[in-house]
Write a protein that binds this ligand. Structure first.
Ligand code: ADP
Ligand code: MG
Length: 240
């Protein structure tokens, strides 16, 4: 579903990604972990063309993301993304936030979009909050609206960049629960996360990045129990 081949990214003279390759198969849950500044956000942003790569290839299904003639809308329909900052429209209700892109970007029928948006609100367990404004919702609730908003575009893969990092501990759980349910429904998910328990329980595969390279990767069982690289061991000793 997603394939990265020798992806490099520099900002000026700073090389942030130094040849990253991996792939994500349909239905897989992949977690990327690593120290701050190691290039995780840059990597995930390259996949939906928020950041142009310097060299290398990124394929999302049959779309070549680095193609200068890239159809960004076609890519955005396949790839949903949720950030640490949920950036909901403050003057729109939760339901209106979820409905906005399908109506204004895809010009879909309002009645159908609303029906789907209500179902998505239910899916993220926010039934009853449809008419609330973002300011009336907790951080965890707003983040779940942001997830529903992404799902409203019916993506094939969801990218999550530290979506729980700004939340209170008690609301982190509910957001992780939503993502876990999505994964169990078969959604292909690529997450940058510091939630090691979540990664251990839910991920099919873990990638550990440091200074723009993948240092080590593997299924969670071996990754967490027998990390082989000293950098991985040091990182895990700090976060576990
Ligand atoms: P992480 O998500 O792992 O913390 P990032 O991908 O955000 O790492 O950042 C990796 C490095 O790239 C950092 O040194 C950061 O300062 C730099 N960086 C990220 N985005 C930009 C940008 N738009 N312009 C210049 N430098 C950037
Ligand atoms: Mg980041």
């Amino acid at each position: 579903m997603v394939q990265l081949i020798d992806v490099h990214k520099s900002f000026g003279t700073l090389e942030v990604l130094k040849g990253v390759s991996f792939d994500v198969k349909k239905g897989e849950v992949i977690c990327i972990i690593g120290p701050s500044g190691s290039g995780k956000s840059t990597l995930i942003r390259c996949i939906n063309a928020l950041v142009p790569v310097t060299s290398g290839t990124i394929l999302v299904e049959n779309i070549e993301v680095a193609d200068p003639k890239l159809d960004k809308l076609a890519l955005r329909r396949k790839v949903g993304m949720v950030f640490q900052q949920y950036n909901l429209f403050p003057h729109k209700t939760a339901l209106q936030n979820v409905m906005m892109a399908p109506i204004h970007v895809l010009h879909q029928d309002k009645g159908e979009v609303e029906e789907r948006a209500r179902a998505l609100m239910k899916k993220v367990r926010l039934t009853g909050k449809e008419d609330s404004y973002p300011g009336e919702l907790s951080g965890g609730q707003q983040q779940r609206v942001a997830i529903a908003r992404s799902l409203a575009m019916r993506p094939d893969i969801m990218l999550f960049d530290e979506v729980t990092a700004a939340l209170d501990p008690e609301t982190v759980k509910e957001v992780l629960f939503t993502i876990r349910e999505l994964a169990e429904d078969g959604m292909t998910c690529l997450l940058v996360t510091h939630e090691m328990n979540f990664a251990r329980d839910v991920a099919d595969h873990i990638y550990f990045t440091d200074h723009g390279v993948i240092v080590e990767h593997g299924p969670p069982a071996s990754f967490f129990s027998a990390p082989s690289d000293p950098r991985t061991r040091e990182f895990l000793s700090q976060v576990l």
